[in-house]
Write a protein that binds this ligand. Structure first.
Ligand code: NAP
Length: 275
C-alpha cells in the first residue's frame, strides 16, 4: 500500500484558473510527491501559464481541446512516459442551453454539452490507456444535477448523468488491467464554470443551509477525496460516484422544516417526533 506518491505521475485536464477544482487536485497530488502533466485549453494559455511556469512539480503542459480527436492525439504524443493517475475536470454547455428552459434545448446545444462534458472522458481514456500503468486511477467530476433536478443546471444534468454511466462502463473496460475509474459528485463551488449556472449564488446559500455539515465544500475537500480515489488507498473502488457535498445528498427534507412557515400554512409550525 503506497500513500506516498513519490515517483507517481498524474495527467490533469481542466485547469482554467487558480480557483479550478483541477488545480486544487493537482496541488494535493503534488503535496504527496506526485508530478503532474497538464492539458490546457488554448484560450486559457496566458492565465494558466502564470500558474504552471516555475512550478517544480509540473513536468509538462500541452494544449488539449478534448472535443478534437487530433488535439487529444497530439497531446498524448507530446506527453512523454507513462502515468499512474488521470483527472478529468471538464464541462461545458452553451449559454443558450443554460439560460432557456430545457424543453427548448436544441439538438446542437445538447450534442455540444454531451460531447464536451461526457464523451470527452471516453476519448481521453481511449488515448490514455496505452500510457496508463496497471493499477492507475482515473477520476472525473460530476454534480447532483445528474440525479435530481437542480434549477438552472438543465442540459448539464443530462450530460453529468451520462458521465456517471460512462464512469461505470469505463471501469469495466479498463478493470482487466486494474485501472480504476471513479467520479466525484462535488457540492457547488465558486469557479469559472459555475458562474455560467443561473442562480448559482442561491444554490450555494441553500446548500450551506441544508447540508448536515452546515457549510459548502471547498476545492480542498474535493481534492482530498480525489487523492484517496486516485491513490492505492482506493485500490478496491471502481465505477463509483462519491458524493463530496457536505452531506447534502443524504438529506431528503431539511431538519429545520419544523421551524419554517410555508405560505398558506397554519400558524402553528409542524411538530415532528413522538408527542
Ligand atoms: P473551471 O475552473 O471553469 O474548469 C472547467 C474546465 O473545463 C475549464 O478549463 C473549461 O474551459 C474546460 N473545458 C471546457 N471545454 C473544454 C474543451 N473542449 N477542452 C478542454 N477543456 C475544456 O470549473 P470547475 O468548477 O473547476 O469545473 C471542473 C469540473 O468540476 C467540471 O466537470 C464541473 O462540471 C465539475 N463540478 C463543478 C462544480 C462547481 O460547483 N464548481 C460542482 C460539481 C462538479 P472553458 O471555460 O473553455 O469551458
Amino acid at each position: 500500500m503506497t500513500f506516498d506518491l513519490k515517483g507517481k505521475r498524474a495527467l490533469v485536464f481542466g485547469v482554467a484558473s487558480e480557483d479550478s477544482i483541477a488545480w486544487a487536485i493537482a496541488q494535493e497530488l503534488a503535496r504527496h510527491g506526485a508530478t503532474v502533466t497538464m492539458g490546457y485549453q488554448k484560450r486559457f494559455l496566458s492565465r494558466v501559464m502564470g500558474l504552471f511556469k516555475d512550478t517544480p512539480w509540473i513536468d509538462g503542459w500541452h494544449e488539449c481541446d478534448v472535443t478534437q480527436e487530433d488535439s487529444v492525439q497530439r497531446f498524448f504524443e507530446e506527453a512523454e512516459g507513462t502515468f499512474d493517475m488521470m483527472v478529468h475536470c471538464i464541462a461545458f454547455a452553451p449559454a443558450t442551453a443554460l439560460q432557456d428552459e430545457l424543453i427548448r434545448t436544441t439538438s446542437e446545444d445538447f450534442g455540444t454539452a454531451l460531447d464536451v462534458s461526457a464523451y470527452s472522458l471516453v476519448r481521453l481514456c481511449r488515448f490514455a490507456e496505452p500510457k496508463l500503468n496497471d493499477g492507475a486511477g482515473v477520476v472525473c467530476l460530476t454534480y447532483l444535477g445528474a440525479d435530481r433536478v437542480v434549477p438552472g443546471y438543465r442540459v448539464m444534468g443530462t450530460a453529468k448523468a451520462a458521465l456517471q454511466e460512462l464512469t461505470r462502463e469505463l471501469a469495466v473496460c479498463m478493470g482487466g488491467r486494474a485501472i480504476r475509474v471513479n467520479a466525484i459528485s462535488a457540492g457547488p463551488i465558486r469557479t469559472l464554470a459555475a458562474s455560467g449556472v443561473p442562480g448559482f449564488d442561491n444554490i450555494l446559500d441553500w446548500m450551506a443551509h441544508s447540508a448536515p455539515l452546515k457549510r459548502n465544500v471547498t476545492q480542498q475537500d474535493v481534492a482530498r477525496s480525489a487523492l484517496f480515489m486516485l491513490s492505492d488507498l482506493g485500490s478496491g473502488v471502481t465505477g463509483q460516484t462519491l458524493y463530496v457535498d457536505a452531506g447534502y445528498s443524504a438529506v431528503g427534507v431539511p431538519p429545520e422544516l419544523d421551524k419554517v412557515r410555508l405560505p398558506g400554512q397554519a400558524a402553528k409550525p409542524i411538530a415532528f417526533g413522538v408527542q
